[in-house]
Design a protein around this ligand. Structure first.
Ligand code: FPP
Length: 251
C-alpha cells in the first residue's frame, strides 16, 4: 500500500481489551497482553501504508480510577513494553515520542519513555506518539498554564494568543492534526483523546475489540477514510450548472 489514502496522522483509542479477555474467561490483564501484539502489528501496518504519525492511547489521566491492581499492571506493563520493544521499533525506523503528564506517572515508566525518545529521535519512517498518563483537557490546561507563565514573564501579551500560538504549547506541537481517529471496542466517544488536535478528524468506530484489530483492519479503515469527503468547514455548491443552449442532451 502507498500513502494515497491521505491520512498523515492516525490516532487510535485501543479499547475493548478487558471485555475481550473476560469473554474468554481470562482476567482483564490478559486482554492488555493480547493488545501488545495488536499494537505491534498495527505499527507495522501503518509503516507499510505510509502513515506518518500514529498516536495510541495507552493510559489516560482517568485510568487512575481503575482498581489498584489494574493500574499497577498497566504502569508496569507499559514500562516493560517500551523497554522490550524499543530495539525492534528502532530497527523499523520508528521515532517514539511521549505525550502525557508527568505528575503521578511512575518514575520507571518515565525513565523508559525518555530513554526510548532519546534512542529513536533521529528516525523518520513513522512517529509513534505514545500517550501515557494523557488527557486532552489536562494537556490544554497544561498549555494554558505555560502560556500564562510566559504572559506573566512578559514574553507574550494576551492579544498575541491565537489558536496557532496556544497549539505550540501542546505536548508534541510539531505533529500534524489528526486525520483519522479510530476507536475499537464498540464505544462511540473520544474519551478525552487528542481533543485539541482533532477538530477536523474523521471518526471511525468499530465493534472489533483491540486485541482482534490488526494491520488489515487498519488498512480497511484507511480505505474507508479515502472515500470520506473532507471539507474543513468549506462547502461545495452541488447545484448543477444549467446546460448551454443548443447542447445536445441526447448524448
Ligand atoms: C482499553 O481497554 C485499553 C487500555 C486502557 C490499555 C491499552 C493497552 C494496550 C493496548 C496494551 C499495550 C500495552 C501497553 C500498556 C502499552 P479496556 O481495558 O478499557 O477494555 P474494556 O473497555 O473492555 O474494559
Amino acid at each position: 500500500m502507498t500513502a494515497h489514502h491521505g491520512a498523515r496522522h492516525v490516532a487510535i483509542v485501543m479499547d475493548g481489551n478487558g471485555r475481550w479477555a473476560n469473554a474468554r474467561g481470562l482476567p482483564r490483564t490478559e486482554g492488555h497482553r493480547a493488545g501488545e501484539d495488536a499494537l505491534m502489528d498495527v505499527i507495522a501496518g501503518a509503516i507499510d501504508a505510509g502513515v506518518e504519525v500514529l498516536s495510541v492511547y495507552a493510559f489516560s489521566t482517568e485510568n487512575w480510577k481503575r482498581s489498584p491492581r489494574e493500574v499497577s499492571f498497566l504502569m508496569g506493563y507499559s514500562r516493560d513494553v517500551i523497554r522490550k520493544r524499543r530495539g525492534e521499533l528502532n530497527d523499523w525506523g520508528v521515532k517514539v515520542v511521549w505525550s502525557g503528564r508527568q505528575a503521578r506517572l511512575w518514575g520507571s515508566v518515565l525513565k523508559q519513555l525518555k530513554e526510548t525518545e532519546r534512542l529513536t529521535r533521529n528516525n523518520t519512517v513513522l512517529t509513534l506518539n505514545f500517550c501515557v498518563n494523557y488527557g486532552g483537557r489536562a494537556e490544554i490546561a497544561d498549555a494554558a498554564a505555560e502560556l500564562a507563565r510566559d504572559v506573566r514573564a512578559g514574553t507574550i501579551t494576551p492579544d498575541q494568543v491565537t489558536p496557532e500560538l496556544l497549539g505550540s504549547y501542546m505536548y508534541q506541537p510539531d505533529l500534524p492534526d489528526v486525520d483519522l481517529f479510530i476507536r475499537t471496542g464498540g464505544e462511540q466517544r473520544t474519551s478525552n483523546f487528542l481533543i485539541w488536535q482533532s477538530p477536523y478528524a474523521e471518526f471511525m468506530f468499530t465493534d472489533v475489540p483491540w486485541p482482534d484489530f490488526d494491520r488489515h483492519t487498519l488498512w480497511e479503515c484507511l480505505r474507508a477514510f479515502s472515500e470520506r469527503d473532507r471539507r474543513f468547514g468549506s462547502a461545495i455548491d452541488a447545484v448543477r450548472a444549467p446546460l448551454e443552449p443548443g447542447t445536445d442532451t441526447a448524448t
